[in-house]
Design a protein around this ligand. Structure first.
Ligand code: ZN
Length: 344
């Protein structure tokens, strides 16, 4: 924990502040990097802005105050759950979520995206749309990637309750989508994962890797967290995706987005059990990345940042720390595994 960002960059290897006061990396050598988890301002269902317009700089409301930042923890805080006690916690949690979404929509422009990619030596980014039943954002992602084919790689996203769902996955694959992303909005999975299995089967048949947001920031076992809040967060629980994998073919390609956040050890167990699964490591610490390398090797770990929710330099500096002296693991995580998975 640090008194200021100046103190943070003095303490933390590979990080510095640039002239605009943004966190960037100081690379130890020439690096090749693909960011497997990026969003743009028009990829969120229900709320979107043209990414070609002039945006605002991100304020990263996802991050805790620097005085509370503990970079040894996934998501760099062990305090996030504390404000969410009792029923009022649900309202606070929702309000905070909206603040984060608004910030991502305002900041997720092409200009900001390429500026931070250049500052952090990232050549390419996988852009992830998040569709709802009523608002499919896949075409927006495909159009952005068509506009910047050397820098952006599009995934598609189809909600299981989309009334026009039939045939969409294969159609988007034919249009150039390299994978499939979904973050099921709160509560929608309360009746179980049945609706998801058929959709995942379509992705499997189209040979598209699937990435889900996995893991929760709120401690489920915390007695202060109210029951409805726990229900709200059920859809992000890592176990849910273990149940899903059990119902799909063993060579179904699945990526645990964020490596389950605090549940990265469980993700490591699933990676051992299911050989076609991967872990995308945005918001993991150097220690947890090292743990994943030691447990499952570096062949199925993917570097991602979740920009503009988080500064790209944070997870990137964690990877550099976790792979000091191991160039093979570093290259695998930063780009080689992504290239192999995406056929690029
Ligand atoms: Zn994300």
């Amino acid at each position: 924990m640090y008194k200021s960002y100046q103190e943070l960059v003095q303490t933390e290897k590979y990080l510095r502040l640039n002239e605009q006061g943004q966190l960037v990396i100081e690379p130890p050598s020439e690096l090749k990097i693909i960011d497997f988890h990026t969003h743009l301002s028009n990829l969120f269902a229900g709320k979107s802005k043209d990414p070609a317009c002039k945006g605002k700089k991100s304020t990263y409301p996802t991050l805790p105050p620097v005085e509370q930042m503990d970079l040894s923890q996934p998501y760099w805080t062990n305090r996030l759950h504390k404000p969410y006690k009792g029923i009022t916690g649900i309202f606070k949690f929702s309000a905070h979520g909206l603040k984060i979404l608004n910030d991502m929509v305002d900041a997720g422009t092409f200009d900001n995206c390429f500026e931070t990619m250049d500052a952090n030596h990232i050549q390419k980014a996988v852009i992830l749309p998040i569709s709802s039943a009523k608002d499919d954002r896949s075409l927006a992602a495909l159009q952005a990637a068509a506009r910047y084919p050397n820098r952006l790689i599009a995934f598609c996203s189809v909600h299981p309750n989309d009334p026009e769902r039939q045939g969409k996955v294969q159609k988007y694959k034919d249009m150039g989508a390299k994978g499939f992303k979904l973050k099921i909005p709160d509560m929608e999975l309360n009746r179980g994962i049945g609706s998801l299995v058929a959709l995942m089967q379509e992705c499997y048949e189209a040979k598209l890797p699937v990435l889900f947001h996995t893991g929760s920031n709120v401690q489920e076992d915390d007695p202060d967290v109210a029951k409805p809040m726990k229900r709200l967060l059920r859809c992000t629980r890592t176990e849910l995706y273990g149940d899903l994998l059990a119902q799909l073919p063993p060579d179904f390609t699945f990526v645990f987005g964020h490596s389950g956040i605090g549940e990265y050890k469980l993700v490591a167990e699933y990676l051992k059990q299911y050989p076609a699964t991967y872990a995308e490591i945005s918001a993991q610490s150097a220690e947890s990345i090292k743990y994943l390398i030691d447990e499952v090797g570096s062949d199925r770990l993917l570097f991602g940042t979740d920009w503009p929710a988080l500064p790209q330099a944070l997870t990137l500096s964690r990877v550099l720390l976790a792979t000091q002296g191991d160039e093979t693991a570093r290259d695998n995580i930063l780009y080689k595994n992504a290239e192999r998975l995406l056929y690029i």
